[in-house]
Design a protein around this ligand. Structure first.
Ligand code: NAD
Length: 494
């Protein structure tokens, strides 16, 4: 896409957004709205409906009614597939508009958003649309006087709560398999990144999705998210976001109908570089992009760099060089490598983490500051901190910003101990030419995803999910389908 197209889209005014309930755009029940602040310049971009608990209840009721009358679940699989395919086509046809709208809302650099947002969402929807008529039931190997059948049924109403870093991509990871399996859905986008996802919901209706099957309520997590969590009529809750909210959701389930809760939470992922890595310069570049793209607001970001002590200083210098070569700035400029921090709150939190790291003895090699404050937007220089110990805050707590902590190690055993020294377990990476060591590290590091001689970029064919306090269940791949079905046994006397 060329810059002129982006500038034309940037110049468009953004209308106020309302909920989508039962196929209609509706305002909040009390008429209230929330300002949407663009992280590009700190100005108000538009408003979204500030949902109430009553709005959430209405959306869940619409989803339940749609599920019960079979307007979607009872359609032939081929018909559901056609509609989902059309939805993916519409998303792709509107990709520039969706990507620019999303960037104005959440601040991701456009070069990344173009690949990771609408295009990836469309691919995910196609993947599950293609899969939906290939999910078979089973016949159990029983004695000959009975027949044991295992049916795979939709669960009913799925509640999906998503974060702000990649709203369309992460939204599609949940909406596509849920809808493909015949469920109805209520979506709750993040306060600071609703717009592109709400447009995507509109496009589903344009594609022919019946009203009530996909509903979306905007507003505050503590209000509408809580109402969804406490609902007696949501069967499965799927969530991506922070551990704190994940804990609350499990509490809501316990206090209501024991709904199944699947959590994709944060990480503190170790990127482990041995001196025998095949190409240390390349490893340094990838280590930098693996933490700094989208300003570090990536769940699998390689935020802990563990480096073999013998190459520590040279390698850190290479990573710093790569970081300094990354252009921080206007997320809508095609040559920007690191866009805006999503909100003032998040920027302030990042800067507090840097101050804490220094107070704990960490040394800043590059970055550490807010930049481009004169734009009114929220920007931060890519930041590298060395001397980060095993118990330091930068080892133990997720920043979710452009901050890389570096820790040296002497042996493979020490690298494994450091890698596993947190409560998280989302992703990791190892750089080595030694095949045996690569496999040992894959087995030993407690994560959901382990990269070897690369970092990031795993596609939709493989699962993404955490262990430990990074969550349970996984998005992506055929495995994700299990979250959206119930197994029902039919036991028949012959
Ligand atoms: P967050 O938990 O603050 O918010 C996520 C969503 O939960 C938002 O839609 C928010 O409105 C909603 N929410 C907030 N409070 C709620 C409540 N009380 N009840 C119900 N819903 C509520 O997280 P965030 O700051 O938006 O996202 C960043 C976090 O997400 C990071 O920790 C990051 O690592 C994680 N993340 C994980 C993955 C993954 O796949 N594992 C992917 C992306 C982001």
């Amino acid at each position: 896409m060329d810059q002129n197209i982006i500038e034309n889209l940037r110049a468009r005014s953004v209308p106020a957004f309302q909920h989508m309930i039962d196929g209609c755009h509706v305002p909040a029940s009390d008429g209230q709205t929330l300002d949407v602040i663009s992280p590009i310049d700190g100005r108000v971009l538009t408003t979204v409906a500030r949902g109430t608990a009553a709005d959430m209840t209405a959306a869940i009721a619409a989803a339940r009614a749609a599920f019960e009358d079979g307007r979607w679940a009872a359609q032939a699989p081929a018909a559901r597939k056609r509609i989902l395919m059309r939805w993916a086509d519409l998303i792709e046809a509107n990709a520039p508009e969706l990507a620019v709208l999303g960037v104005r809302d959440n601040g991701t650099e456009i070069s990344m958003a173009l690949k990771a947002e609408p295009v990836s969402a469309a691919a995910t929807i196609r993947y599950y649309a293609e899969a939906l008529d290939k999910v078979y039931g089973e016949i159990a190997p029983t004695a000959s006087d009975v027949l044991g059948m295992i049916h795979k049924e939709p669960v009913g109403v799925v509640g999906a709560i998503v974060p702000w870093n990649f709203p369309m991509m992460i939204g599609a990871w949940k909406l596509a398999p849920a809808l493909a399996m015949g469920n109805s859905v209520v979506l709750k986008p993040a306060e600071t990144a609703s717009l592109s996802l709400m447009r995507m919901v509109d496009l589903a209706h344009e594609a022919g999705l019946p009203p009530g099957v996909l509903n979306a309520v905007t507003g505050e997590g503590a209000v509408v998210g809580e109402a969804m969590g406490l609902s007696m009529d949501v069967d499965v809750l799927v969530f991506t976001g922070s551990g704190g909210t994940g804990r609350r959701l499990m509490g809501y389930a316990a206090r209501s109908n024991l709904k199944r809760v699947y959590l994709e939470l944060g990480g503190k992922s170790p990127n482990i570089v041995f001196a025998d890595a095949p190409d240390l310069v390349q490893a340094a570049k990838v280590a930098a992009s693996g933490i700094f793209r989208n300003a570090g607001q990536v769940c699998v970001a390689g935020s802990r760099l563990l480096v073999e002590a013998s190459i520590h200083d040279d390698f850190v210098a290479e990573v710093a060089k790569a970081a300094q070569g990354m252009r921080v700035g206007d997320p809508l400029a095609l040559d920007t490598n690191i866009g805006a921090i999503n909100s003032q709150t998040q920027l302030d939190a990042n800067l507090r983490f840097v101050a804490t790291a220094q107070a704990e003895g960490g040394e800043i090699v590059t970055g550490g500051d807010r930049v481009l404050a004169e734009t009114g937007g929220y920007y931060m220089a890519p930041t590298i901190v060395t001397g980060v110990t095993r118990d330091a805050t930068l080892t133990q707590k997720e920043v979710f910003g452009p901050v890389l902590g570096v820790t040296p190690f002497e042996t493979e055993t020490e690298a494994i101990q450091l890698a596993n020294a947190t409560n998280y377990g989302l992703a990791g990476g190892v750089w080595t030419s030694n095949l045996g060591r690569a496999h040992r590290m894959i087995r030993a590091v407690r994560t959901g995803v382990m990269h070897v001689n690369t970092y990031g970029g795993a596609d939709g064919t493989v699962p993404l999910g955490g262990v430990g306090q990074s969550g349970n269940g996984s998005d992506k791949s055929l495995h994700a389908i299990d979250k959206y079905i119930n197994l029902k046994t039919a036991w028949i006397k012959l």
